[in-house]
Structure formats: structure tokens, C-alpha cells
Design a protein around this ligand. Structure first.
Ligand code: NAI
Ligand code: MG
Length: 352
């Protein structure tokens, strides 16, 4: 079980240290952790945010734990040398097309949500966002119109196979949850969405145990703050998923609590190869101060055990330990508490 440990920049190394302590505490037979450099940390040593050494490590490992990248010292660099290119490069290089973002309110933290506690308390959903297609990857450019204005354009497109593979990932995710899948699109106006909806319906035939419903994205945005507890698994395209997953995740209280998995088609001897990272960035404003909440990183490690190694019981153990530590008051400044990164890690380890 080879795991690449890629802490990156800013708070990345601080939160990764806690996730590694939790993984080591499980004492999993055959687990090997291999350190690698990404982001500004890699640029300083190798002159590139995603150097060949790191790419080779990513290919050689069964799963990747990724902290965060981004460093204000790199702001003046050309775009291809900026730390953030490491995330995009990793997803592209490894063909990671399915982004899973769970959002759930932990018991005791209902009042931290921006929603009313009784509304927030019901949130337990999973967004499956397509990651390799859509308007982000279509032809784009700037041109001049006949009457001499500047005109920017980005082409939105999805092929059948791109929709089909994310559909299967979403139906399987829904099977492992409550069996309800909501596909979010804009099929009333977009051709890409019409294809999306048609393919979702075709694939649904292979999953008779999952109930599929469709929702327009504007309505979904509204329902996510009106009655988020009604959702279970949501599947949507890259653009809609980018926006809705940030919106849904923020309903749970702090960005420092939210983990994610990015999965591709590659199967290893243990499960699906993937990269696991918190949804937040390198938080340069609090880096080096021992203040970062390590929970998102620790929960990312749990997702890794579940999806890349089939270790459901161990993943659930970590999640239960986090929930119990939070409920007992292991809160950092982001949640109105006073605990630092290491103290929160200690509390999770004690609960584990
Ligand atoms: P950010 O997520 O790093 O920080 C936003 C705010 O949340 C800050 O006030 C920060 O202190 C706080 N925060 C974030 N994580 C926290 C944690 N674990 N515990 C407590 N507080 C936390 O986003 P920002 O400031 O927009 O970006 C900073 C850098 O990170 C930029 O260079 C950006 O490009 C990069 N970035 C990298 C990502 C990645 O590696 N996947 C994702 C998002 C941003
Ligand atoms: Mg986003």
C-alpha cells in the first residue's frame, strides 16, 4: 500500500503531519508513506511546481495525500510555474475525473453553520462533480466582433463517454449511501445538459436500486440553502459542481472540516487510485503558527482508506474519532475555539 505524502505549501505541512500521525496510529500492515514535493516547495528545489520526480512518485503510488499549494512569494511567476498548477497537473496527468465532496454537520457544531441549526443539522450529502470536461476545457479565446468589440468565449461540451463514466461513479456512490441520486443540469436551455440527462437515464437502468431525480441548477442552488437535508448524493458537471460544492460545503461551519477525493479509472491491487485533499488552500495568513484545523486533512486520509484501499472499517474509525473529538470541544479558532493544530490532532488520536 504505497501512499504519496505531498504536503505542499503554507499550512499543508502542518496539517499533513497530523494526518500522518493518525494513519501511523492505525498500524496498517504493508502501508508505506513516500514523501514528495509539490507547489512552491517543489519549485524552490526543482524549479517547477510539479517536477518529474513528483510525477514519477504519483504514478508509482496507489494513492496520493495532498495538502495544499500556493505561496504569495510566487505571485509574480509565469502561470505555468505557479504552485496552483500542481493540482491541475496532478488531476490531468492521473485522469482523475470524479471529485467527491461530502458535506455533513458534526454533532455539536450545528450552531457554527450559516444556516439555522435545525436546518444545518440535517445536512449529510455527497456531491460528485465531474472534473475533466465542461466549459473549463473547451476551446476558449478572445476575438473581435464585426462591430469592433472584444468578445470572450469558452465552449461548453461533454461527450457521451465523459458523462457515462461520471454517471457510473455517481450511481455507485449513491448505492453506498441512501440510494437516492439527484442529477443537476440545465437541460431546459443547454444541449450539453440534454445529453447529460439522457445518459443519466440510460445508465440508471443498470442501477435499479438507485432512485434518480433531475433538478435544474438554479433550483438546486436554492434548495441547498432552503432544505439541504433533502439531498443525499448529487451528481453534476464541472462548472455547476464547482459552485454548488463550495456552497454546500460552507453550510457545515468551517472550511477546515471539509475533505475531498478525486478518483479516476485506474484500479490498483487495492481499489481505485485517487488523490485526497482538503477543499481549502494553503492559508498563508495562518501558516507557520500552528493554528490550522487539521480535520479536513485527517478526513481526507479516511476517504483514501475507503476508496483506494477498501478499508471501510478503518475509515469509519477515523471519522468517528474526529466526530467525538469535535463534540468534546477540540475546536480551533475557525470554530470559535482555542485549540491549535497539534492539540486537535492529539484529541483525534486520543479518541481513536
Ligand atoms: P484558503 O482556503 O487557503 O484560505 C481561506 C481562509 O480560510 C483563510 O482565512 C484561511 O486562514 C482559512 N482556512 C483555510 N484552511 C483552514 C484550516 N485548515 N484551518 C483554519 N482556517 C483555514 O484560500 P485562499 O486564501 O483564497 O488561498 C490561499 C492560497 O491557496 C492561494 O495561493 C490559492 O491559490 C491556494 N489554493 C490552493 C488550493 C489547493 O491546493 N487545492 C485550493 C484553494 C486555494
Ligand atoms: Mg471552487
Amino acid at each position: 500500500m504505497k501512499i504519496a505524502i505531498l504536503p505542499g505549501d503554507g499550512i499543508g505541512p502542518e496539517i499533513m503531519a497530523e494526518a500522518v500521525r493518525v494513519l501511523r496510529a492505525l498500524d496498517l500492515p504493508g502501508m508505506e508513506l513516500h514523501d514528495g514535493l509539490v507547489g512552491a516547495a517543489a519549485w524552490r528545489v526543482h524549479g517547477h511546481p510539479l517536477p518529474p520526480e513528483t510525477l514519477a512518485l504519483m504514478h508509482a503510488c496507489d494513492a496520493l495525500l495532498f495538502g495544499a499549494v500556493g505561496d504569495p512569494a510566487c505571485d509574480g511567476l509565469e502561470r505555468h510555474l505557479r504552485p496552483e498548477q500542481a493540482v491541475l497537473g496532478m488531476r490531468k496527468e492521473l485522469g482523475l475525473f470524479a471529485n467527491l465532496r461530502p458535506a455533513k454537520v458534526f454533532p455539536g457544531l450545528e450552531a457554527q453553520s450559516s444556516l439555522r441549526p435545525e436546518v444545518a443539522g440535517a445536512i449529510d450529502l455527497m456531491i460528485v462533480r465531474e472534473l475533466n470536461g465542461d466549459v473549463y476545457f473547451g476551446e476558449k479565446g478572445m476575438r473581435e466582433t464585426a462591430d469592433g468589440q472584444r468578445e470572450g468565449y469558452d465552449i461548453m461540451s461533454y461527450s457521451e463517454s465523459e458523462v457515462r463514466r461520471i454517471a457510473h461513479a455517481a450511481f455507485r456512490t449513491a448505492q453506498g449511501r441512501s440510494g437516492r441520486l439527484c442529477s443537476v443540469d440545465k437541460a431546459n436551455v443547454l444541449e450539453t445538459s440534454q445529453l447529460w440527462r439522457d445518459v443519466m437515464i440510460e445508465v440508471a437502468a443498470e442501477y435499479p436500486d438507485v432512485t434518480l431525480e433531475h433538478m435544474y441548477v438554479d433550483n438546486a442552488a436554492m434548495q441547498l440553502v432552503r432544505a439541504p437535508g433533502k439531498f443525499d448524493t448529487i451528481v453534476t458537471g464541472n462548472l455547476f459542481g464547482d459552485i454548488l460544492s463550495d456552497q454546500a460545503s460552507m453550510c457545515v461551519g468551517s472550511i477546515g472540516l471539509l475533505a475531498s477525493a478525486s478518483l479516476g479509472a485506474e484500479q490498483t491491487a487495492y481499489g481505485t487510485k485517487g488523490a485526497y485533499e482538503p477543499i481549502h488552500g494553503s492559508a498563508p495568513d495562518i501558516a507557520g503558527k500552528g493554528l490550522a484545523n487539521p480535520v479536513a486533512m485527517i478526513l481526507s486520509a479516511a476517504m483514501m482508506l475507503r476508496h483506494s484501499f477498501g478499508l471501510e472499517a478503518e475509515a469509519a474509525r477515523i471519522e468517528a474519532a474526529v466526530a467525538s473529538a469535535l463534540n468534546a470541544g477540540a475546536l480551533g479558532a475557525d470554530l470559535g475555539g482555542t485549540m491549535g493544530t497539534v492539540a486537535i490532532g492529539d484529541a483525534v488520536l486520543a479518541a481513536l
